[in-house]
Design a binder for this molecule. Structure first.
Ligand SMILES: Nc1ncnc2c1ncn2[C@@H]1O[C@H](COP(=O)(O)OP(=O)(O)OP(=O)(O)O)[C@@H](O)[C@H]1O
Length: 352
């Protein structure tokens, strides 16, 4: 069942089209991530769901209740939607406890008890209750902001780049903690980010935006493996894109013959492989197979990205340089003669 249904939403600011006919269903209890480059319309969409922005066209329904359509709009404060903005937006003149309890109807001991429960749920120590926002780290401020939003028992939680101010280690720990917490609370969540690895790891539904349009949505693994177009492929990770001739389930390209899921299609096409689908072996150059030379080694600890130059390219317009991922410790150095083989099938653009 869908918690939220967005239908044909459009919004223009002056001459700038911020949202262009966006439709999306958000299943109940899911974690949907909206990802896209800067200016693609993510925040506008989130603010529209929250009720801070109104569409020129389209409608928005939450748990069967129409929040916005041509005839009416439910104001933000009546929507029961939690919103955690990028900077946490804590009230600077209120303590942690007062921030979290801001909208709570409870009083006395019951109020204190509920605030402590909420602090506990976001892993904040009870002795922080009387601190001021400026006495907290970025991660702690985010957790207070989240606890404040959870206190309202929202029907939907909106998170706008909530981890962007945190350093890499804390960011991934916070992401896991928030995912666990929202799952345990059964709250349907929409998170906005421009960070593709964050999007892939947090989402069970991923929606990719570009230029105000929603270009693709689905399970993150499906979008990573089967992107609709080259731009989405590159946005979600490194991609090796090659021209090919497809015939009987095989792509004939600069890597030789590569398996594809072509659904009976034959003809010219662009194919895509992720660098981790390419295996590299150091071999003498006279053995059969696809030969290449390592031209660059980019060491990043546990992984290493190699740029390799193909030795012989049968295509008229050869793709000479491609990326391959290898384990950091055993990656051959620049200048090594190597042989490439492909793991699994390549994706053919234009067939999904
Ligand atoms: N209030 C506004 N007035 C005028 N233009 C706006 C307004 N809000 C957004 N825009 C424009 O609409 C487009 C979409 O902006 P939006 O903030 O939704 O993008 P975004 O994907 O969230 O970007 P970022 O990742 O940089 O936050 C941009 O071109 C932006 O300049």
């Amino acid at each position: 069942m869908n918690a939220l249904e967005l239908l044909n939403l459009s919004k223009t600011f002056g001459a700038q089209k911020a949202l262009d006919d966006v439709s999306l269903n958000v299943p109940t209890g899911s974690r949907t991530v909206i990802v896209g480059p800067s200016g693609s319309g993510k925040t506008t969409l989130l603010r529209m769901i929250a009720g801070f922005e109104f569409p020129d066209r389209g409608s928005l329904t939450l748990n069967g209740q129409t929040l916005v359509d041509r005839t009416h709009a439910v104001p933000a404060y009546q929507r029961q939607i939690g919103y955690v903005p990028q900077d946490g937006a804590l009230f600077p003149h209120m303590t942690v406890a007062a921030n979290i309890g801001f909208g709570l109807a409870l009083t006395g001991a019951a109020r204190t008890q509920r605030i402590l429960e909420l602090m506990d749920s976001v892993a904040l120590d009870a002795n922080m209750a009387n601190r001021w926002p400026h006495e907290l780290s970025g991660g702690q401020q985010q957790r207070v902001s989240l606890a404040r939003a959870l206190a309202q028992q929202p029907r939907l939680m909106l998170l706008d780049e909530p981890f962007s101010a945190l350093d890499t280690g804390l960011r991934s720990a916070m992401r896991k903690m928030v995912a666990r917490l929202l799952e345990a609370a059964g709250v349907t969540t929409i998170l906005v980010t421009h960070d593709q690895s964050e999007a892939l790891s947090f989402a069970d539904q991923l929606a990719v935006m570009r230029g105000g349009r929603l270009v693709q949505s689905g399970h993150p693994m499906d979008l990573y493996r089967y992107p609709n177009d080259e731009q989405t492929a590159h946005f979600l990770g490194e991609a090796v894109v090659l021209p090919a001739r497809i015939e009987a389930g095989w792509a004939h390209c600069d890597l030789g013959q590569v398996a594809v899921n072509s659904n009976g299609f034959s003809g010219a096409a662009q194919i895509m492989l992720r660098p981790e689908q390419l295996q590299i072996a150091e071999v003498p150059t006279d053995s059969p197979g696809c030969h290449a030379t390592v031209t660059e080694r980019d060491f990043a600890g546990n992984t290493c990205t190699l740029t390799v130059e193909l030795s012989a390219s049968p295509a008229q317009d050869p793709v000479r340089s491609i990326l391959v991922r290898s384990t950091g410790m055993h990656a051959p150095p620049a200048g090594s003669a190597v042989q490439l083989s492909v793991l699994g099938a390549a994706h053919v653009f234009g067939l999904n």
